[in-house]
Design a binder for this molecule. Structure first.
Ligand SMILES: Cc1cc2nc3c(=O)[nH]c(=O)nc-3n(C[C@H](O)[C@H](O)[C@H](O)COP(=O)(O)OP(=O)(O)OC[C@H]3O[C@@H](n4cnc5c(N)ncnc54)[C@H](O)[C@@H]3O)c2cc1C
Length: 396
């Protein structure tokens, strides 16, 4: 694998950097600038920011050019994500799953009419999408999905419940996995639908997470009518469409860049905190822990580079992606544990209290870091994939 960028890649990296410098909101990333904080505010801000990315030619970077994307190579996507994250640009999470999941799924499996209707609005940030897959008994085992859809003529009547649906309250549309044949084996009998979130019969209840923020939702369906023209692929063949969606769930990120930026900030905090009359960074044990976190972040960076090299070589991500996801999510949790430990007794002082260290940022980050060990496949599920598909170990 090659660690140095060639001239073309370096030029691309400079182009991303220059565009972000010229276009990020004035003062972005400085203490003087107040970033949007609450979910509703974040999504509203992101609609405008994504439009800006689109106008600058950066939206749907990995989508083919014929669908309005940039047709970027895996290394260009990676360099964009790395530079974007390094500059602390607005988190792409806040635009929902349209560009990352719905778009690629429609490009693979949608009809021409569906592509014409939905792809341009996703790229311009005009329509925000949520993902209605998980249910109370169908998370890791997604094929256990029970939300029922019965077809009457050209309309599906949907009844049931989804859970953990991020952004559902702010989303315009939802990619929805439903059971259309309850008698078929569980991977069969599923259908993939597109749901307008304004359709009558939908009830959304926010779920407050341990961070105190209500980002998730429960979504209930009471005879929600979806026209058959909103079906992707064929009836009862939704499982392989959902697999396409999930195969895009872990791509296109540069977790090391975020970890490195956060670690730099954490070192700044350690310089300001006192341990026994001296700055915390003077304490040899603290120095050792910070150095360990730095080494781990470097390992994440190298594994991320190896992963993108693999994608370039084979044309698609392999199960080794599970290793990167497991590694960065667990490194993230260890780093946030350290952030909390550094604060000593102040760790108990949360956001909103004037005595909170760094505005209570690390309390929030500590709690939020747990999420990455669950979404896009839990750590246990990643370990199963590594054991069976990477190491070739037998099933227990
Ligand atoms: C921040 C966040 C955002 C999310 N957003 C969405 C969203 O927008 N839309 C959506 O549909 N879902 C979303 N999810 C849900 C997520 O996909 C599920 O939480 C995840 O798939 C795990 O499913 P579960 O919660 O039902 O846990 P379960 O599958 O019930 O797992 C419970 C425990 O059992 C373990 N386990 C399960 N199966 C195995 C196995 N085979 N071997 C070993 N251990 C196992 C798990 O690792 C876990 O520890 C989100 C989750 C989070 C945390």
């Amino acid at each position: 694998m090659e660690f140095r960028l060639n001239e073309e890649q370096s030029r691309f990296q400079r182009e991303v950097r220059a565009w972000l410098t010229a276009n990020l909101p004035p003062g972005w990333g400085t203490p003087a600038h107040r970033k949007p904080e609450e979910p509703a505010e974040k999504v509203a801000f992101m609609r405008g920011w994504y439009r800006k990315l689109h106008d600058g030619g950066w939206a749907g970077l990995h989508w083919p050019r014929e669908y309005g994307g940039r047709g970027a190579t895996p290394i260009e996507q990676f360099l964009f994500a790395e530079e974007y994250t390094r500059q602390g640009a607005p988190s792409m999470i806040d635009i929902g799953v349209g560009p990352g999941l719905t778009g690629p799924t429609l490009i693979h499996h949608g009809t021409d009419e569906q592509k014409r209707r939905f792809l341009p609005a996703i790229l311009k940030g005009e329509e925000v999408w949520c993902q209605g897959f998980s249910e109370p008994n169908a998370g890791s085992d997604l094929a256990n999905c029970r939300t029922r859809a019965e077809r009457v003529g050209d309309v599906f009547h949907v009844n049931g419940q989804k859970i953990w649906t991020s952004y559902a309250r702010y989303a315009d549309w939802c990619i929805l996995l439903v059971r259309t044949d309850p008698n078929a084996p569980k991977h069969k009998g599923l259908t993939f639908l597109l749901l307008d979130m304004k359709t009558p019969g939908i009830t959304i209840r926010p779920l407050v997470e341990m961070t105190g923020v209500a980002w998730f939702n429960e979504v209930f369906f009471d005879d929600v009518k979806i026209p058959a023209s909103m079906m992707i692929g064929r009836e009862n063949e939704g499982w392989h469409i959902a697999i396409t969606t999930l195969s895009h769930e872990r791509g296109g990120s540069a977790p090391h860049a975020r970890l490195a930026a956060e670690l730099r900030d954490m070192i700044g905090v350690a310089r300001g905190l006192g341990h026994g009359g001296a700055p915390a960074v003077a304490d040899p044990l603290v120095r050792q822990r910070l150095a360990q976190a730095w080494i781990e972040t470097e390992v994440v960076r190298l594994v991320a580079y190896r992963q993108v090299s693999e994608v370039m070589r084979r044309g698609q991500p392999g199960p080794e992606g599970s290793y990167l996801k497991l590694l960065w999510s667990e490194t993230d949790m260890r780093m946030k544990d350290l952030g909390i430990e550094l604060e000593g007794p102040y760790a108990a002082v949360d956001r909103g209290d004037p005595r909170a260290v760094d505005g209570g940022r690390w309390q929030y980050e500590y709690l939020w870091s747990r999420a990455a060990s669950i979404y896009a496949g839990t750590s246990e599920v990643q370990r199963n994939i590594i054991a069976q598909r990477v190491l070739g170990l037998p099933r227990a």
